[in-house]
Design a protein around this ligand. Structure first.
Ligand code: DHE
Length: 572
């Protein structure tokens, strides 16, 4: 927390601003739990409002700050310039005014702004605070450059003190790294016995896990921008190094190109907007680069272009870094870090998540606020196409690569904003007429989908809907049979995953399928509140029947799951 204590106070607002009102269309979909948690814990001084008519008291300001960074900044941005949600800068908020803002926060909007008031998530007092809070200028958290990054760097076990061979009997390739979101941990679960092999402390509200090219090291990133490096050869596997790359982050990746296996790691931060290249063995920080700069289209300066997804190219020693607010994809050449070469590709705003096609050459990334997917050729370092998906807010995770009976290799995304599932042709050689076009759309369970999944050995396409407001829908998964997608109006089977989990109480959401290495089983998280029982449900892919429910008191708020083999080989 100390690194954040120097936050700059917002400028003062005159009492008259209170009578102004908020604009339309702020927006994140229901329940998409944005959480810039670290910034939310700042203890800030009170902005000195006019003495006779304070806009917010000290305590209210602290509450507003906490709520904003925990619930709003993920979509609207720390500086409130807008991304998935609309801009909340004071030129807009003061024009729209208190009453409008108050109602908007209370009732939400069909465009995706949650109904914080009527859902009961915020009290009347909190809504009033928030409506006044966003009439103030945004606070600017401090920078986090190399001195702070280096200060945070810890090596627990130096490379020379680590085992020279695998010391445990774990089948590492079939291990799952499971995010335990609210405890700031990952659980390592054996893919065959379903036994929890280790629970390891990581960053706050862990986001994703990625595996080194050799499969030995697991890198985990927390929302607090802490990267934890775990040695899977140790008995039991344990953290060997950690570092903070900023105050808020979501992405981490490792070098995969031949000759550079396990050599470098990279992490991208939301705040400050920057990426950090680290030594793959120790996490020693080697280079930090800001992503601040011009938007790709209007070419205007943006102070907060956050780093969204990152993948490692298989065709060159490059990281593919997706910058949300400027809409640029950066191909970072890590072969010479001192003389860093970056190819900047104009793509689309606001880039979020994405994955490779089945050949590993093309990277498809959602520009979710614009309902598009951008395609990058990682062999030629060029934009191939920007595709209108036909749905609202594409959200693929890493997507799913299926072999369509008519259109051949296609990549699939579902959508946050509606039930559309879009299939995009990815085979310019074999199916040139369909390449980079939406070849088919399917209808899933409903809006609120976050992730799709398949495996080369499976004939099924799984689509979740964890953010759908209907509990039955958010507790289920739709399954399409790939070989039958050529027929008219393909139907899906519904798997009542939450019901199968039979957790004691609460309203768990079913999220993110992940296959085992062999592609015979798919695991789903049954994500309940922190104080309630959660579970992981394992489905037999051939029969679409329940195979196992993993329950354990240590499995608190499981969300993402990353099978070591599938993650390191980009199999999805
Ligand atoms: Fe995620 C991936 C950002 C909320 C679970 N999430 C990603 C990626 C980004 C991102 C940029 C891609 C990383 C990569 O591939 O390098 N997520 C964000 C947000 O900004 C957002 C909207 C709000 C926030 O403040 O964090 C957000 N995400 C969530 C959740 O609420 C989820 C459902 C539960 C959780 O654990 O927090 C969630 N995000 C995930 C998962 C992935 C992910 C499981 C990886 C999916 C995969 O298969 O690759």
């Amino acid at each position: 927390m100390s690194a954040l204590s120097g936050i700059r106070l917002p400028s003062l607002l005159s009492g008259t601003a209170l009578v102004l009102a908020l604009g339309a269309g702020a927006g994140v979909s229901q329940g998409y739990d944005p959480a810039s948690n670290t910034l939310g814990q700042l203890g800030l001084e009170v902005p000195g409002m006019t003495a006779d008519q304070p806009l917010l008291s000290a305590d209210e300001y602290a509450q507003g700050n906490k709520i904003f960074f925990e619930r709003c900044a993920g979509c609207h941005g720390v500086l409130r310039k807008g991304a998935t949600g609309k801009a909340l800068t004071t030129d807009r908020t003061r024009e729209l005014g208190y009453e409008y803002l108050h109602d908007f926060i209370t009732y939400g909007s069909p465009a995706g702004m949650p109904n914080w008031g009527t859902s009961g998530e915020l009290t009347e007092d909190q809504i009033s605070i928030m409506a006044r809070y966003i009439l103030l200028d945004p606070a600017t958290p401090p920078e986090f450059g190399m001195p702070q990054i280096r200060d945070s760097w810890k090596v627990f076990v130096a490379p020379q003190d680590r085992p020279t061979q695998k010391m445990n009997d774990i089948d590492i390739d079939n291990l799952f790294s499971v995010t335990l979101r609210d405890t700031g941990q990952v659980a390592l679960i054996d893919g065959a016995s379903y036994e929890i092999k280790a629970v390891i402390d990581t960053g706050y509200a862990v986001h994703i896990s990625r595996i080194s090219a050799s499969g030995r090291y697991l890198y985990v990133i927390g929302r607090d921008a802490k990267v934890t490096m775990i040695d899977l050869w140790m008995d039991p596997p344990a953290a060997v190094a950690e570092i903070k790359v900023g105050s808020e982050a979501r992405s981490v990746e490792t070098s995969k190109y031949a000759g550079y296996e396990d050599k470098f790691a990279i992490a991208g931060a939301y705040w400050p907007p920057q990426y950090v290249i680290m030594d793959g063995d120790t996490l020693e920080p080697l280079k930090v680069e800001s992503t601040r700069g011009m938007t790709y289209d209007t070419q205007e300066y943006h102070p907060e272009p956050r780093v969204a997804s990152i993948v490692a190219s298989h065709f060159a020693p490059e990281f593919v870094v997706n910058v949300k607010e400027t809409g640029k994809v950066l191909m970072i050449d890590y072969s010479d870090i001192k003389n860093l070469k970056v190819t900047e590709i104009e793509a689309e705003r606001f880039l979020h998540d994405g994955g490779f096609d089945s050949t590993g050459r093309y990277f498809l990334v959602a520009a979710n606020a614009r309902d598009k997917v951008a395609v990058i050729d990682t062999k030629q370092d060029k934009l191939v196409s920007v595709i209108e998906t036909g749905g609202v807010k594409p959200h693929p995770g890493r997507g799913a690569n299926i072999n369509h009976p008519v259109y051949g290799p296609v990549w699939v995304t579902s959508h946050l904003g509606d039930e559309t599932i879009s299939l995009i042709g990815t085979d310019p050689q074999g199916h040139p007429d369909q390449a980079w076009k939406v070849v088919q759309t399917l209808e899933g369970l409903g809006g609120g989908s976050l992730f799709v999944k398949t495996h080369p050995n499976s004939d099924h396409l799984y689509v979740d809907a964890p953010l759908n407001p209907d509990p039955e829908t958010s507790g289920s998964v739709a399954v399409f049979t790939v070989s039958q997608l050529g027929g008219d109006a393909p139907e899906y089977t519904v798997l009542p995953i939450a019901q199968w989990a039979a957790v004691e109480d609460g309203q768990p959401r079913v999220v993110q399928g992940e296959f085992n290495k062999q592609g015979t089983e798919i695991w789903f998280s049954v994500w309940n509140a922190k104080d309630k029982q959660s579970a992981i449900v394992v489905v037999d892919d051939a029969t679409l029947t329940l195979k196992k429910v993993i329950k354990d008191e240590r499995l608190v708020t499981p969300t993402g799951k990353f099978n070591v083999y599938n993650t390191r080989t980009d199999t999805y």
